[in-house]
Design a protein around this ligand. Structure first.
Ligand code: ADP
Ligand code: MG
Length: 349
């Protein structure tokens, strides 16, 4: 053990691979009957009892998907789980299990991995998820995390991206653009810190934005809400790359067009004020920002009365015939073709 800035640093070598896995996974409890065998054997065993199984994977790489200089490891662990659960909920399913694979360089002491797993553990407890396995290996430089989420769903409940129909309403949960702005604020503070390490920034004006970037929540509640309201979306997707890219996925795969109304896009007041401060267009940020992890779905018009009073849900447009294209209708009532600017376009600006 070596002492570093009052923090204990235990080298991963001291535990060995198996000791490490045991140490990191010891506090996780199995909560679902469908988990027959979790961590500890060559493979986990699941029993979905006639339900359909949903499987989704994401790979996160240090320096590409996250920057540890402002992303605390606990938050990274939590967010890595959320990113995956969000994909299960976007199928209208219930997330049940995850596997977690990590590659770490010897730059990371045991305490860093404990922090990462604290975030994973919190996510598993909050969302009732079983950790059932993974893999642990070394990397030459950075940290890699790959999570696979497994969900279950009744065959008749599955909602795909390719089944939206003309006249359906386009609905979004929560609000958009905050996570992207949170990242811009954190990047700015990082630069300030590099020039002046004694700076004590007051970030209260951006608290919601930073929370959305560092601790997003997957919309498990919406899957339940829709069930309670007896609404089955005609198509659904989660918003990871930005509203415009996700609308285009639904429209292209469903072979339909869409009118999206700029004035309807839900924005938090902090998004509006911070866009002014950064001289960004809030509509562009909502369309292209990404990492919102909200759900975007279409419903049949006859279901509108069931959702219209709900504060979590906003109707932002409607589906039209493919020949009419995918359009943003601006506040000035102009129609502009939507393009998938996605994340990169904004980043390169
Ligand atoms: P194998 O050599 O058969 O791949 P491992 O020694 O890698 O097995 O893993 C032993 C057990 O620990 C398995 O159940 C595996 O799924 C689990 N496991 C390995 N790494 C992790 C990890 N990072 N997080 C959670 N479980 C893990
Ligand atoms: Mg292995």
């Amino acid at each position: 053990m070596i002492e570093d800035k009052n923090q204990t640093r235990t080298s991963l070598k001291e535990l060995g691979e198996f000791g490490l896995i045991k140490h990191l996974t010891q506090n996780f409890k199995i909560q679902h009957k469908s988990t027959v065998k979790g961590v500890g054997d060559d493979a986990a065993v699941l029993d979905m009892k006639g339900m359909k199984t949903l499987i989704t994977t994401d790979l996160l790489i240090e320096g590409v998907h996250f920057d540890l200089s402002y992303m605390p490891l606990k938050h990274l662990g939590y967010k890595a789980v959320m990113v995956n659960l969000s994909d299960v909920y976007a199928m209208n399913g219930n997330a049940r299990q995850i596997t977690v694979s990590i590659a770490v360089s010897n730059r990371f002491p045991l305490e860093a991995l404990e922090e990462l797993y604290e975030g994973i553990h919190l996510a598993c407890k909050t969302y009732t998820i079983d950790l059932i396995g993974g893999d642990t290996t070394s990397s030459t430089t950075g940290l890699l995390i790959s999570i696979t989420a497994i969900g279950e769903i009744k065959k008749e409940d599955v909602v795909y991206r390719n089944t939206a129909k003309p006249n359906d309403l386009l609905v979004v949960t929560g609000d958009l653009g905050a996570s992207y702005l949170g990242l811009q604020v954190l990047e700015r503070e990082k630069q300030v810190f590099e020039v002046n390490p004694d700076s004590q920034p007051d970030l209260t004006a951006y608290s919601y934005l930073i929370e959305r970037q560092l601790k997003p929540e997957a919309r498990k509640d919406i899957v339940k809400l829709l069930k309670d309201l007896e609404v089955k979306p005609t198509a659904m997707i989660d918003i990871s790359d930005g509203l415009s890219s996700e609308i285009l996925h639904i429209c292209t795969q469903s072979k339909v067009g869409c009118n999206l109304y700029e004035e309807k896009i839900p924005l938090d007041p902090q998004v509006i004020s911070t866009c002014e401060e950064f001289d960004l267009n809030s509509t562009t940020v909502a369309l292209s920002g990404g990492e919102d992890y909200e759900l975007l779905f279409t419903i049949s018009q006859e279901d509108f009365p069931k959702i219209k009073a709900n504060p979590h849900l906003t109707v932002i447009g409607h589906i039209v015939d493919e020949s009419l294209g995918v359009n943003l209708v601006t506040r000035a009532n102009q129609q502009i073709k939507l393009t998938a600017q996605g994340w990169n376009a904004l980043e390169n600006k």
